[in-house]
Design a protein around this ligand. Structure first.
Ligand SMILES: [Zn+2]
Length: 232
């Protein structure tokens, strides 16, 4: 079987690769030797036309984080997840309340800048509402005198008073005993911030009660303390 290059050309044919990006044929020597270009500009050489048609060419530059399933916190404080991705300018996300928003840009997803049409902004920042800060620590509003005078309680029981709405909406609420660089004390652990992934913000930590050293999220530290050191 021989491909004729005189009658027609495959150059310019575009398909959706299995990695979620579109790719285009930019050179076609024969059906066993083609070059393709992904939408991000990555060029891959010497692939087969069959692999192209099946979408089975991998883009090595496609970072894992751009894949379906990536979760981020939107500016409204809700979690949202990528559920479909046709190109970097055309993804579908689902909010934690099940609301599906289609056809948004990945760059806006990364900034958390996607609106949930079902989210009631009027119910925002009321007593009893809980949020997770960018430091990975959750807190609950326990009193609100006016929009810029809010008291919150962190999950380890620490209370911060007179917090502003802006700090809560930016999730930029510092825990009083952890400094800006992520060092301090949380729930009887000495902590220093380590890294962040889909499961939360992790800290290197040492329990002042039992000496355990580990890398944990604030939630895991609270659990450890509750299980092993809390009276009753
Ligand atoms: Zn301990």
């Amino acid at each position: 079987m021989k491909e004729s290059t005189t009658h027609f050309s495959h150059i310019g044919e575009t398909v959706m690769a299995n990695c979620g990006q579109s790719m285009k044929i930019i050179a076609y020597k024969n059906y066993k030797n083609i070059d393709v270009e992904f939408e991000d500009g990555t060029v891959i050489c010497s692939k087969t036309y069959a692999a192209f048609k099946k979408g089975q060419i991998l883009n090595p530059n496609l970072v894992k984080s751009q894949q379906i399933g990536e979760v981020i916190t939107a500016v409204n404080g809700q979690q949202m997840k990528i559920v479909a991705r046709r190109s970097c300018r055309d993804i579908d996300v689902m909010f934690e309340d099940g609301t599906l928003v289609t056809g948004v840009e990945y760059s806006n997803f990364l900034k958390g800048n996607i609106k949930n049409p079902n989210f009631k902004y009027s119910s925002k920042y009321e007593v009893g509402s809980s949020y997770m800060g960018s430091n990975g620590i959750t807190f609950t509003i326990i009193d609100k005198r006016h929009s810029n005078d809010i008291d919150i309680k962190f999950e380890d029981g620490t209370v911060s008073k007179h917090v502003k709405t802006g700090a809560i909406s930016a999730r930029n609420v510092r825990h009083p005993s952890i400094n800006q660089r992520g060092y301090g004390v949380f729930c009887n652990f000495e902590v220093s911030r380590a890294f962040k992934d889909d499961n939360g913000v992790f800290y290197r930590c040492k329990c002042s009660k039992c000496g355990l050293e580990d890398i944990m999220t604030p939630q895991q530290m609270v659990k450890h303390y509750g299980l092993l050191h809390e009276e009753n």
